[in-house]
Design a protein around this ligand. Structure first.
Ligand SMILES: [Zn+2]
Length: 418
């Protein structure tokens, strides 16, 4: 790695200590409460981090009433560059229990299936996670079998805190001003709802998600469609040449969509139609659908396809009225990012400087970073190391935590050379 041994060994120990401490705090979010934050327990980690930020000597440390924590590391003496923001979320997914997480460490991993002390039936095999093979000899961390681990995204939180601690301890690490922002409720899609944009710099990075080298600066261009069929209802005994059964015609309409353009048949940069609900009677029937692609013209093409089907079906069934309603849900964050390519490039260079091969990916969904980008704050996503998120099989390798912390330190340095 590109850092002196004493710094790498500091990162190595510090990031693990912090990670193991943070995952034991119960911070599951809950989409049913309607409050901000969705659960008060997220403050338990918020307050712990607030205290630790103050102990580190960070400036402007504030934990607001919605559980957003902001803190500033001033620039190294004599360094003048843009401020960068580092963002991670404190909540864990409500999909699996996050209460009473007991991190379980396996030193010198031998490449076999992972087993769990609190559930003998649970295993992580190399089929579940082919990546495991790359971590023989490493220390692998999971929960004990009854909960998720919470590497999503406490790995990100620990890596940011550790990198900042290192920049304070080792004055030779040069950096501009760094702004930290820890958010609640990312897992329920509300991570930026109450964020104070004025407290964030122009350029930010989320530390969230996958394996070492992952770098993401694109997400779906997302549309929602509501398709309503109005038919003609007549007593079935007297319906010949009169009835137009909205429910039946809707079924035929949906069957006419390209069979392979669905989530279950697509990956990487392929887009899709995805039906999320159907209801109806003879009189009226409705389908709800989402439409996704990375490229706007391809989504426009899908919407045109639906318009042409509408004309065809109305022509074929006199009396039928089809109403198509499209709603743009979110844009590909790349539309903002492409105006600021240096932000992504510097992340790429930081990974290369750390000796980590870059795995550039497009996110098949939306993220907090995507929302921030579209609000005018370009925010690529950098790996945090965790795998098999939102499950009891979630795991992370110790070396991945250290690598992500290293990337942050080198990223801050890259910005000083810009
Ligand atoms: Zn996450």
């Amino acid at each position: 790695m590109a850092l002196p041994d004493k710094i790498t060994s500091f990162l190595d120990k510090e990031v693990l200590d912090r990670f193991l401490r943070y995952v034991q705090v119960y911070t599951t979010s809950d989409e049913t409460t309607g409050t901000y934050p969705s659960t008060q327990r997220q403050f338990d980690l918020g307050r712990m981090l607030e205290k630790e930020c103050k102990e580190l000597g960070l400036k402007d440390v504030t934990l607001d009433e919605h559980c957003y924590l902001y803190a500033t590391l001033p620039a190294s003496a004599g360094v003048k560059t843009e401020t960068i923001g580092l963002v991670a979320h404190v909540d864990t997914s409500p999909a699996v229990s996050g209460e009473n997480v007991k991190p379980y460490l396996r030193a010198n991993y031998d490449g076999s299936a992972l087993t769990f002390p609190d559930d003998p039936n649970l295993q992580v095999t190399t089929q579940d996670s082919p990546e495991l093979k790359e971590f023989v000899g490493d220390t692998i961390i999971t929960g004990s079998g009854t909960t998720l681990l919470g590497a999503d995204d406490k790995a990100g939180v620990a890596e940011i805190m550790t990198a900042v601690a290192a920049m304070i301890k080792f004055q030779e690490l040069k950096h501009g001003e760094i702004r930290i922002c820890f958010t609640p409720d990312e897992e329920i899609g509300q991570g930026t709802d109450k964020i104070t944009l004025a407290k964030l710099p122009k350029f930010n990075y989320t530390m969230d998600g996958g394996e070492p080298g992952e770098l993401e600066a694109e997400c779906f261009d997302a549309w929602g469609a509501t398709i309503t069929f109005k038919g003609v209802s007549v007593h079935p005994g007297y319906a010949k040449n009169k009835m137009v059964n909205a429910a039946t015609v809707l079924a035929r309409f949906l069957a006419a969509l390209p069979e392979w353009e669905t989530p279950e048949h697509t990956e990487l940069r392929e887009g899709f139609f995805h039906i999320t609900g159907i209801s109806g009677t003879e009189e009226e029937a409705t389908a709800k659908m989402i439409i996704r692609d990375f490229v706007v013209p391809k989504n426009e093409h899908r919407m045109d396809h639906l318009r042409r089907l509408k004309e065809m079906f109305e022509f074929k069934h006199p009396g039928l009225k089809i109403n198509l309603e499209f709603k743009h849900q979110y844009e590909n964050m790349w539309t903002v990012m492409e105006k600021f390519p240096e932000s992504v490039n510097l992340a790429r260079q930081a990974m290369e400087a750390a000796g980590i091969p870059v795995k550039y990916k497009a996110i098949r969904g939306g993220t907090d970073g995507a929302r921030l980008s579209l609000m005018g704050h370009p925010t690529p996503n950098i790996f945090a190391g965790g795998m098999l998120f939102h499950s009891r099989k979630e795991w992370v390798a110790k070396s991945s935590l250290t690598k992500a912390a290293t990337v942050i330190v080198l990223l801050a340095e890259q910005w000083t050379k810009k």
